[in-house]
Design a binder for this molecule. Structure first.
Ligand code: PEP
Ligand code: MG
Length: 362
């Protein structure tokens, strides 16, 4: 278990007294959440639920859900996944003990869930009682040439709302279970990924709110929660005013926002970006340190439009840049409320937030 001690701990106490930006962590396992708290995270800024779906125990059910031919088939698989998701969230809420937890609903590149090997198809066929040839045909139908620009993020929730409904149900059931058990009510912030239009968010928020009401009625108890959105497409930045009329918070997903603004694949960029940095085209790798000139302008515009539509809207960043000191200085200058970084970068983020606050004071 990591621990901050001695001079370093003292430095952190100083930094915490100076900084304005809150520091959260990107985490989805109880272990990562514990590490994050040891390092001083003040909440979870991004829980990527798709990582929970890769669990070896449940990937067959996930594949059954994705390959189902109709809603009834998907619901059969989702019924198996619900108790497991509920338990995932119970564990996270317990570790975070009343601190905010931003849970992002499923954002898969779909191809990562599809079976590839014969044995994987056979396993789904056996477990779901579906003919293997039917599964293979369905997998072929779902194949995409460019999955990162494909059927991912809220697009999946729009076509298959029952997936987001199951996840929302699991979140609220877990939150009430923990509130009853511990007395510290969790604060779930439900986050919709890859939104580009206000209508997408409106549809997905309705799914979440409906699931919340159903659980509250079931349990005879309510809890507070927020529904907000990732801002990770240039269109979302342009439409931030309309989007903020529906969303209660924004979290800038600067990995995808960098990819979509620069038109550079985040998965393949390393191959030529080193040359670009050597030739002075970019000062630093824009996937490591925020492209303040380009992507930064979009973030600034979205923050301004979002605040105009919803004064005081909560704004954060959860891309890799949330742990990069230069990018954190930009977040401070733009007046974001928090940065969210990987657990091991939380101490650096606390320090960088303090330095940025001091620099701003001049
Ligand atoms: C992002 O796009 O910046 C983000 C945080 O989401 P992910 O990396 O999971 O796409
Ligand atoms: Mg993203």
């Amino acid at each position: 278990q990591p621990e901050l001690s001695g001079d370093f701990a003292a430095l952190m106490v100083w930094a915490d007294g100076v900084r304005r930006l809150k520091v959260r962590a990107n985490a989805e396992t109880p272990l990562d959440a514990k590490v994050a708290r040891e390092f001083g995270a003040e909440g979870i800024g991004l829980c990527r639920t798709e990582h929970m779906f890769f669990d070896a125990q449940r990937i067959t059910d996930v594949r059954q859900m994705i390959l189902a031919e109709d809603e009834a088939g998907r619901r059969t698989a989702l019924d198996k996944l619900l108790p497991e998701q509920r338990s995932d969230f119970v564990q996270l809420f317990e570790v975070m003990a009343g601190l905010p937890v931003t849970i992002r609903l499923l954002d898969p590149p779909l191809h990562e869930f599809l079976p590839h090997e014969e044995a994987e198809f056979a396993e789904v066929a056996r477990s779901a009682g579906i003919d293997i040839e039917v599964l293979k045909r369905r997998a072929a139908e779902l194949h995409e040439f460019n999955p990162m620009l494909g059927h991912r993020g809220c697009r999946l929730g729009v076509t298959y709302p029952e997936i987001y409904e199951m996840q929302a149900r699991a979140i609220f059931e877990a939150a009430i279970e923990v509130a009853v058990k511990s007395g510290a009510a969790p604060i779930p912030e439900v986050m919709i990924p890859l939104v580009g239009t206000a209508r997408e968010l409106e549809l997905m928020k309705a799914v979440v709110d409906k699931a919340a009401e159903a659980v509250f009625a079931d349990k005879g108890q309510r809890i507070e929660y927020l529904v907000g959105t990732m801002i990770e497409l240039p269109r979302a930045c342009l439409m931030a005013g309309e989007i903020a009329e529906i969303g209660e918070f924004f979290s800038f997903g600067t990995n995808d926002l960098t990819q979509t603004t620069l038109g550079v694949s985040r998965d393949d960029a390393a191959r030529f970006l080193t040359t670009y940095v050597e030739r002075g085209i970019y000062a630093r790798d824009p996937f490591v340190s925020l492209d303040v000139e380009g992507v930064g302008q979009l973030i600034g515009m979205a923050a301004e439009r979002g605040r105009a539509a919803r004064p005081g809207i909560k704004l954060g960043i959860c891309g890799e840049h949330g742990g990069d000191p230069a990018s954190i200085a930009f977040c401070e200058a733009t007046g974001l409320d928090y940065v969210s970084a990987s657990p091991y970068r939380v101490p650096i983020a606390r320090l960088a937030a303090a330095q940025a606050a001091l620099a701003k004071q001049g």
